[in-house]
Write a protein that binds this ligand. Structure first.
Ligand code: ZN
Length: 207
């Protein structure tokens, strides 16, 4: 039986002078796998759009992680729609494909958000990789423990997040050797035969 996994990365693209997302693309290219990137809309600039287009060329999909990364459950319906739509428009204008998934910042969700954002919400199995004291070994071990068919890993390409680069570079060949195939997010739902449009979805494992 085929087994599928998806790496998803939040909080790109990077601020000037940082190459974390591009370094992750080097690793994905080396291991010949795609992944998914959830971008913060207001970080997209002329300077970093090249790295986003490189991700698309490597078979990655670009998804919506809001315009300015607020706690959205505290926002009004109008503010929620604006946070979603501004990011959606910025990505669509750049890559030519409208995002099909949404990751709520801080996985902070509300009924109002579900009523005003129509695409499926994505969570994921994380390894606390936003905490600087969690080293590459810790992240690798937690990813390994979460591994099962249909898992999507929640990771970050935020500025300077080198331990995640190391953990991914280490775990990918091991999981490939175990027979797992890495696919992007639309591919994960397709390969697993699951319709992502489920009421109040917050996907971490697709099955
Ligand atoms: Zn985030």
């Amino acid at each position: 039986m085929s087994k599928y996994l998806c790496l998803t990365f939040d909080d790109g693209p990077n601020l000037p002078g940082d190459n974390t997302m591009n370094d992750m693309l080097d690793i994905l290219q080396k291991h010949e796998i795609p992944a998914s990137f959830f971008l913060i809309g207001n970080k997209i600039t002329d300077d970093n759009k090249k790295v986003i287009l490189r991700a698309v060329e490597l078979g990655c999909d670009i998804q919506n992680h809001s315009w300015s990364h607020p706690f959205m459950a505290e926002l009004t319906a109008e503010q929620i729609k604006e946070e979603y739509q501004k990011c959606d428009d910025a990505i669509t204008e750049l890559v030519g494909v409208r995002p099909a998934f949404f990751r709520p910042p801080y996985i902070n969700v509300s009924e109002t958000m579900y009523q005003n954002i129509s695409v499926p919400f994505i969570c994921g199995c994380g390894c606390n990789d936003w905490e600087p004291d969690k080293d590459a070994e810790y992240r690798y071990q937690h990813m390994k423990e979460a591994t099962q068919n249909g898992v999507l890993y929640l990771l970050h390409v935020s500025e300077g997040n080198k331990a995640t680069l190391q953990a991914v570079d280490r775990i990918v060949p091991e999981l490939k050797a175990q027979g797992y195939e890495f696919v992007n997010l639309p591919g994960l739902f397709e390969k697993c035969g699951v319709n992502p449009h489920k009421n109040h979805a917050l996907w971490s494992i697709v099955q």
